[in-house]
Design a protein around this ligand. Structure first.
Ligand code: DP6
Length: 420
């Protein structure tokens, strides 16, 4: 390896939309037909870690995702690399004798290694965290001085939802008006401490079906769905955006839950209105919705909000820890683990919720009584094996630069620039 290697490692969260982005008005710049709002998930449980390295010894841009080399030739990667290179600044490390002038960045090649701390196959938004992390890490490496909003407009060109992962807490992606996309970017509404009562439980639903990608799905929707046009009108999404911002500012869980559930359901209705129709939710997803709806109706005000992206997994947002424990009891009652699964691999993330729910082992799950709102009804069906596992998490922080000094965190080797 000729010469020095300069590298940076960063960690970026994933996010889940509570008002959905679905449909582009510009395919190549990735400009949406409406604003969207998301909550950032705690990177401790769901995040992407990316190391980016530069060296005069590298002869081409290369990337490894979860240890496997992938092609960078796609337009989305190229757009992100080009935009960051265009904003690169002089870099100097006197100690190591590294000096990179602004214009040198165009000629220097990069190596990128990225790793998700959650299974990619689970259908959780990996592209959001992935592109956000790539852009954030490259910007640090190349000493670009852009703020998170400006970086979000670059990450957006990798994957739309990625722009919302440049911030923690609750984030709004403003659709913008400009044709060149310069005003289509993310802003933080509140940070992760503003509404820290919230607990998020993700049900990773077993699925055999190969899902339609968001990109192709929303392209078909834009071309064929009348309902999408109705959705983008002032009285639907724009109004919901205003109400959602108010609900978040005021910690108004009832309004938050009502808007979140309605918007998820409308997004899936729009998918059904697409020709050919797109089915992202399955029977298990529908059973989860029924369970939450029944429970919410039996209480004075909603306890839990549900939302589903382009797949059958449920993201359930509970108003506080107490509700989250009750939610987990209900989920485990209806969806116990299959016989060969042990509890420690069935409930992941913040396992203290399991303790709050009074569940230590499978015997406690077997002994769970039916939820009170089920009383006097036909005996409930318990559907073992329909859920692969649960992840307990919470709203979380934005991107983080991991210590440049701590070589152990880097995914690339300091002497070869290749994956460790
Ligand atoms: C259902 O951001 O994955 O998750 O911009 O084509 O990469 P591209 O699509 P992507 O779409 C996400 C859609 C969604 C809703 C949302 O996150 O707002």
């Amino acid at each position: 390896m000729a010469g020095w290697i300069h590298m940076v490692t960063a960690r970026t969260p994933t996010n889940i939309a509570v008002i959905k982005y679905w449909g582009k008005r510009d395919e190549s710049l990735i400009l949406p037909v409406n604003d969207s709002i998301s909550v950032t998930l705690d990177p401790e449980h769901l995040c992407t870690t990316t190391t980016v390295a530069v060296s005069p010894g590298f002869d081409q841009d290369r990337m490894w995702l979860n240890g496997k080399e992938i092609s960078l030739s796609g337009g989305r990667y190229q757009n992100c690399l080009r935009e960051i290179r265009a904003r690169a600044e002089d870099f100097e490390d006197n100690e190591r004798g590294i000096k990179i002038a602004k214009q040198d960045w165009q000629k220097l090649r990069v190596h990128i290694a990225s790793y998700n701390n959650f299974p990619t196959a689970a259908g959780l938004a990996s592209s959001a965290a992935g592109f956000a992390c790539l852009v954030f890490a490259l910007a640090k490496l190349m000493n670009a001085k852009e703020d998170p909003s400006q970086l979000s407009a670059i990450a957006r060109q990798g994957s739309g939802s990625a722009c919302r992962s440049l911030y923690g807490g609750f984030v709004k992606w403003i659709m913008g008006k400009e044709e060149n996309g310069s005003d289509s970017l993310a802003v933080q509404l509140v940070d992760e401490n503003h509404w820290d009562d919230l607990v998020i439980i993700i049900a990773v639903v077993s699925s055999r079906q190969k899902e339609t990608s968001s990109t192709t799905g929303m392209r078909d929707t834009v071309e064929t769905s009348m309902l999408l046009q109705h959705r983008a009108k002032v009285e639907v999404v724009p109004k919901r955006i205003v109400k959602m911002e108010e609900a978040i500012q005021n910690h108004d869980f009832s309004s938050f839950a009502q808007l979140t559930c309605s918007d998820s359901n409308q997004f899936h209705a729009v998918c059904l209105d697409t020709c050919p129709p797109i089915f992202y939710m399955n029977d298990t997803s529908h059973r989860i919705i029924s369970c939450i709806e029944k429970w919410n109706r039996s209480e004075e005000s909603p306890q839990v909000a549900y939302t589903f992206d382009a797949g059958p997994n449920a993201v359930l947002i509970a108003r506080n820890r107490k509700t989250a424990a009750l939610l987990l009891q209900r989920m485990l009652y209806f969806f116990p683990p299959s016989a060969d699964t042990d509890m420690s691999s069935y409930v992941l993330g913040d396992k203290s919720i399991l303790k709050d729910a009074g569940i230590q082992g499978i015997n406690d799950v077997d002994a769970l009584p039916p939820p009170p709102e089920m009383k006097d009804k036909v005996p409930a069906q318990r559907n073992g094996g329909e859920v692969s596992y649960f992840i307990c998490t919470r709203p979380g922080r934005g991107p983080l630069l991991l210590s440049e000094a701590d070589e152990s965190l880097a995914l690339l080797d300091h002497s070869t620039g290749l994956p460790k």
